[in-house]
Ligand binder design. Structure first.
Ligand code: 8X3
Length: 252
């Protein structure tokens, strides 16, 4: 089984590779990310888990379309994990920079759509494949500062559902994984642009999800019998919930 993971150098991507490598004995990997040195470390970790695993590394941005097209055009991909994505900022919409919004739209929407568009025809031709998209609870629930980030993840949700509609009659499966608060990746460090105290505040005493929790959810979707499509898995730490609407009681 050939598994292509984007954003594979750290965090969720790395953990997904490790869990799948360990639990699916015939899994081989194409790991894609911008940072080659970190990818090499993931490769070593996978080889330590299973010495017979085949690993190919592609050092690229998911937006480098020409490079990815040439590197991936002849590959057989059985599983595409669209993991690359980011949040930039958690400010109120009126205070955000459009550059941040644009980057989130580029990676989370354009990058994910491009990878899917590239890999899907081969899957359909072989009548085999599973697309795992990394959505978010932020695509289903609103919160202040979620603005465009949540919007891109709502795209992932609807895109995943629409893919299922288009793929009806094939054996290809599509799953949207929607994590809530998760610690142990670079997500918040990127979101808060290196501000470690905001990262600390975010996770302090929250007992948040871990990348392993996300990877195990993905393994669950992958390991179902071929007749079962897990449409989505939404997971939050027990300490997090959508806690209803609120009213500000003053005169506006
Ligand atoms: C990230 C989940 O709660 O930080 O996708 O927005 S949250």
């Amino acid at each position: 089984m050939n598994v292509l993971i984007t954003g594979a150098s750290v965090g969720f991507g790395k953990e997904i590779a490790k869990v799948v490598c360990e639990k699916i004995k015939d899994s081989n990997f194409i790991l894609l990310a911008r940072r080659g040195e970190l990818l090499k470390e993931v490769e070593s970790e996978l080889k330590a888990i299973r010495s017979d695993v085949k690993v190919e590394l592609i050092v690229s941005d998911v937006l480098d379309f020409a490079n990815l097209e040439s590197k991936l055009k002849d590959k057989t991909i059985d599983v595409l994990v669209n993991n690359a994505g980011l949040a930039l900022g958690q400010d109120l919409a009126q205070e955000c920079s459009f550059k941040d919004w644009e980057r989130m739209i580029d990676v989370n929407v354009k990058g994910l759509s491009f990878m899917t568009n590239l890999v899907l025809p081969g899957m359909v031709k072989r009548n085999n494949g599973h697309i795992i998209n990394l959505g978010s609870t932020a695509g289903s629930y609103s919160y202040a500062g979620g603005n465009v980030y949540g919007g891109t993840k709502a795209f992932v949700e609807q895109f995943s559902k629409n893919l299922r509609a288009d793929l009806l009659g094939t054996k290809i499966r599509v799953t949207n994984i929607k994590p809530g608060l998760c610690e142990g990746s670079e997500f918040s460090l990127v979101r808060f642009k290196g501000d470690k105290s905001r990262v600390k505040d975010t996770y302090n005493n929250a007992n948040a999800l871990t990348p392993k929790d996300i990877a195990e959810a993905i393994y669950f979707a992958l390991s179902q019998p071929a007749r079962v499509n897990i449409n989505s898995i939404e997971l939050m730490p027990v300490t997090q919930a959508s806690a209803g609407l609120k009213v500000i009681k003053n005169e506006l």
